[in-house]
Design a protein around this ligand. Structure first.
Ligand code: SF4
Ligand code: SF4
Ligand code: SF4
Ligand code: FES
Length: 903
């Protein structure tokens, strides 16, 4: 600690602290413009000058570190005069339109002019100035008005340090210095990804949200959580009346710490889009027109239909799907209604089509179905392995955090058929890119483990102390076989053996190594095997149980972790406890006052298959677009058409609603009261920013339906639902709305002995006791390229869009992505006569779609790639019925296809 005197007060701060920060500890706020807490100080504005006894000149307090015995004066006549002069120069080249400026009342330049006592500007406006500089309005969400720019470079540093995109720079010198996006092409055309970090950092109205320009400064703030991806960023919704004016990422948000991406920051307008359905609707046949009715009529109609179907076809003829977009509380009541009111365990969730193998694989090996670390942990990783994930597009705020660590020197291994941005981006180069053939994940992970075992790189101390010895010996005998070696598998994986060996050595010996993976791991016929393989690798190298290590699934949807935690699987009650376990079932039977079926119910694919045979007749679908998001669309729509009562609870008439008999209007995240659980197991509060536009919370609608079906369900509030969850689920035992409001957020397990939750799992021992190795035999998928379908299609996401695009397509995010395109390697394109931008027909044995080609060497020869955000392109028309052997998660990532040019 360094002791010094500031304005006569004693301060004691750690070495390396700036004078500006030290002053704040004794209650002195020094005037500043170019410095801000979230960025490295730059020392350009000279407003923060101070006097240091015994030193010549006036140093900038933001860049001058404290020294022992320093005596600092932050206010002297000389300092005050120079600060006023600095401000005077700034203001002499600034439009004096404060009263009509959109930032009036929220402008640091204005504040500082007041703080330094600026009373007059002696220089006229008739000299050279920047006042006629032209505004850049190209970005759909914010404007850039260079006339107001003070060239403090906060925006440039925010883009570099926080977002990691390096889209901005200060070009030219001296008086001509200016902020430039890209190669002076405007924000929209530049590399800018519209994260908003620069807008937030800007102290003036130069970079400002268009919504603020239109509506004026907000009046009140409600803290809530983004409803897009599994990062779970915290935001302050800023409002005027009941109208959201802007969303500002919370500096104290556990997952995002003040950062955001374009979706959470700007793409919330869908919540008030005119397409939203706000009244319940019913119809007898799916060919009839919809009829808007009261909530009472819609509930009575639905209950009557479902009851009649059960009377005619049996209890198990109906079931439901819960949504990973909805809150924990909304999901909990849906699974409770299905188990208690429907009397069946036919409840499944959309995690079936994304991360169900994660649940299975991590539970088998570690004992718990969740990621092991918090996001902050990546700052301690020396080696980062990204497998089948594209964090800069799909989990952007975590992607920025990860890039920051890579710029600090951590090594990167990417295992992916496609060259994702991380492989090569500003200041980042992957040490190894294992560009494997789609469908060969397990062979690659086995080969890496083979290298570790056969080259003597096993962390024996960890394995002996923490893992099950018998399972290790069995696995070791398997993995050491020559067939698992990089050399033996190279022909099938397409990855050179030397690359695999080098990557394995780096993972085992490069310091702390962390694995982050996505749907490129799970959405395969061996998705669960691959998760087991990843867990085996982490255990054998001792890369788990401490900061900077671990196995981390990057969850796709905002609450996919929560929907799984809440008992949405047909075999599991909340907290991942098997329905056949008598003690658990009795606990719920006593609490719910109802007998529960001890047999697991149907999964989504089983429900759909039985619908086609007439055994399954009715489905309650909460916020999930099966007709677009599930594989083999024709099969799905045939099954939905065959049912007699399909209920869709959603914001919009989605593709599935075409086959529905009842539409119950859902609430947007801005209207919800509850919690989401993100990929770090972090339970975040979702607070109602505006009242439900439908007149009813979603959980209330479900409770009414349950009651109408003969099982009365009533809660006074969403908080009461969480109280019931906490009472029945040991890992949630310490959670309540009041507690979350007090502490911000917690990562489960949150229990009496861990009241603040658990940042890192399996620190002392695995949840299941000893870590279990499982043999992961590579079995090639049955989906292979053939002479007729010689290419392999794999799918993914793009930053500006979200899943099937229901929300993001109803925002200005469409400027970045108007349609899904097909990436195809130049060689494959050339032999087929396909040019960039040409229309192509994509055919698989399941169906065909047309889209435009993008010729790109991001994909290797033999592989094509597309996204699935647009119903017009309907990528799932071509995906197949193959699925993971353990969980039925569809094999979205491998489809044999052929591509032809079309007019
Ligand atoms: S745009 Fe804003 S943050 Fe960037 S240099 Fe200008 S005033 Fe500073
Ligand atoms: S919005 Fe984000 S990516 Fe774009 S320039 Fe600003 S900080 Fe950079
Ligand atoms: S990273 Fe995910 S949670 Fe965060 S703002 Fe973007 S979409 Fe929302
Ligand atoms: S705030 Fe220190 S030089 Fe600008």
């Amino acid at each position: 600690m360094i002791e010094l005197i500031i304005d006569g007060m004693a301060a004691s701060v750690p070495a390396g602290t700036s004078i500006m920060q030290a002053a704040r500890t004794v209650g002195v706020d020094i005037a500043k413009l170019c410095a801000t807490d979230s960025l490295t100080s730059f020392g350009s504005c000279r407003l923060c000058i101070v006097q240091v006894e015994g030193r010549r000149g006036l140093p900038a307090s933001c860049t001058t570190p404290v020294e022992s015995g320093m005596v600092v004066r932050t206010q002297t006549p000389q300092v005050a005069r120079i600060r006023r002069n600095v401000m005077e120069l700034y203001i002499s080249d600034h439009p004096l339109d404060c009263l009509t400026c959109a930032a009036n009342g929220d402008c640091e330049l204005q504040d500082m002019a007041g703080a330094v006592g600026l009373r007059e500007v002696r220089y006229g406006m008739d000299g050279a100035n920047h006042l006629a500089a032209v505004k850049d309005e190209s970005n759909p969400y914010f404007t850039f008005d260079p006339a107001k720019c003070i060239v403090c470079s906060r925006c440039v540093r925010a883009c570099d340090e926080i977002q990691g995109t390096f889209a901005l720079s200060i070009t030219d010198r001296g008086f001509a210095s200016k902020v430039t996006a890209g190669i002076d092409e405007g924000f929209l055309a530049s590399e800018c990804v519209s994260c908003g970090a620069c807008v937030q950092a800007c102290p003036t109205a130069t970079l400002i949200e268009k919504t603020v320009v239109d509506a004026g400064q907000p009046e009140r703030t409600v803290k809530t959580t983004c409803a897009y991806c599994g990062v779970g960023c915290s935001f302050e919704a800023q409002l005027k009346g009941n109208e959201v004016v802007r969303m500002v990422p919370s500096a104290d948000g556990g997952a995002n710490e003040g950062h955001s991406c374009v979706k959470g920051r700007f793409a919330w307008g869908y919540a008030t889009h005119h397409d939203r359905i706000l009244r319940p609707m019913i119809r007898e046949q799916i060919t009839d027109a919809w009829r808007a009715v009261s909530w009472d009529e819609a509930i009575a109609f639905t209950a009557g239909k479902f009851t009649e179907l059960q009377r005619r076809y049996g209890r198990d003829a109906i079931g439901g799907v819960s949504s990973s977009r909805c809150t924990n509380e909304e999901v909990y009541v849906v699974q409770k209604m299905i188990r208690a009111a429907f009397g069946t365990n036919n409840i499944d969730t959309c995690a079936r089509v994304c991360h169900s193998p994660t649940g299975y694989g991590l539970k088998q090996t570690f004992g718990t179905a969740a990621g092991t670390q918090d996001f902050k942990s990546v700052a301690h990783a020396d080696v980062i392995v990204v497998i089948g994930a594209n964090p800069t597009d799909a989990h952007p705020v975590f992607g920025s955090r990860l890039k920051r660590r890579l710029r600090q020197g951590a090594k990167l291994i990417v295992i992916d058929p496609r060259r994702i941005d991380l492989v090569r981006s500003p200041h980042i180069r992957a040490a190894h890119h294992l560009q494997l053939r789609p469908g060969t994940n397990v062979a690659v992970i086995n080969a890496m483990a083979h290298v570790i075992v056969t080259e003597g790189l096993v962390d024996s101390a960890f394995v002996d102390a923490r893992c099950d010895a018998r399972s290790f010996e069995q696995w070791k005998a398997f993995i050491a076989q020559p067939e698992q070696s990089p050399e033996a598998t190279a022909a099938c994986t397409g990855v050179p053996a030397a690359e695999v060996r080098a990557a394995a050595r780096l993972y085992a010996t490069g310091g702390n190594a962390a694995i982050y993976y996505g749907l490129g791991v799970t959405e395969h016929s061996q998705g669960s095997t691959m998760v087991l393989g990843i867990a085996n690798l982490a255990m054998v190298a001792g890369q788990i149980g401490r900061d900077g290590t671990g196995v981390n699934p990057l969850r796709g949807q905002n609450n996919v972790q929560g929907s799984c935690d809440m008992g949405s699987f047909p075999h599991e009650l909340p907290g991942y406890r098997h329905i056949s376990d008598d003690a658990t079932r009795h606990l719920f039977e006593q609490a719910w006052h109802v007998a529960l079926d001890p047999e697991p119910g149907l999964r989504i694919p089983n429900m759909l298959a039985l619908a086609l045979t007439g055994q399954f007749r009715g489905m309650f679908i909460q916020g999930e677009d099966l007709a677009q998001s599930d594989p083999n669309t024709r099969h799905v729509t045939a099954a939905l058409s065959a049912m007699e009562c399909v209920v869709v609870q959603d914001l919009f008439l989605n593709e599935t609603a075409r086959y529905a008999h009842v539409f119950l209007p859902g609430t947007a995240f801005l209207e919800k009261d509850g919690t989401f659980t993100n990929a770090e197991r972090r339970i975040n509060r979702v607070r109602p920013v505006t009242p439900p536009r439908t007149g009813l919370a979603e959980w209330e609608a479900v409770c009414r339906l349950s009651t109408a079906m003969g099982y009365p369900m009533h809660y006074d509030s969403a908080a009461a639902i969480m109280d019931e969850i906490a009472a029945l689920t040991p890992t949630f035992s310490g959670v309540s709305f009041a507690y979350l409001d007090q502490v911000g957020s917690v990562q489960w397990p949150c229990t009496a002995d861990r009241p603040l939750g658990t940042r890192i799992m399996h620190e002392e021992q695995f949840v299941r006791g000893r870590g279990r190795f499982l043999v992961t035999q590579y079995v090639p998928t049955d989906e292979r390229s053939t002479r007729r379908y010689p290419l392999l299609l794999t799918t993914g996401r793009i930053l500006s869009q979200y899943n099937v695009g229901t929300a993001t397509r109803r925002t200005a995010n469409t400027v970045w992505h108007q349609e899904d395109v097909l990436e195809i390697h130049p060689h494959d394109a050339e032999v087929r006569g396909i040019g960039d931008g040409d229309g192509v027909l994509l055919q698989s044995r399941k169906g065909d779609i047309t889209l435009h080609a993008r010729v790109s060497d991001r994909v290797p020869e033999g592989v094509v790639y597309t996204t699935f955000h647009h119903p017009d392109n309907a990528a799932n028309v071509v995906t197949t019925e193959y699925s993971d052997w353990a969980t039925n998660c569809p094999e979205y990532k491998v489809t044999a296809v052929e591509v032809h040019p079309v007019d």
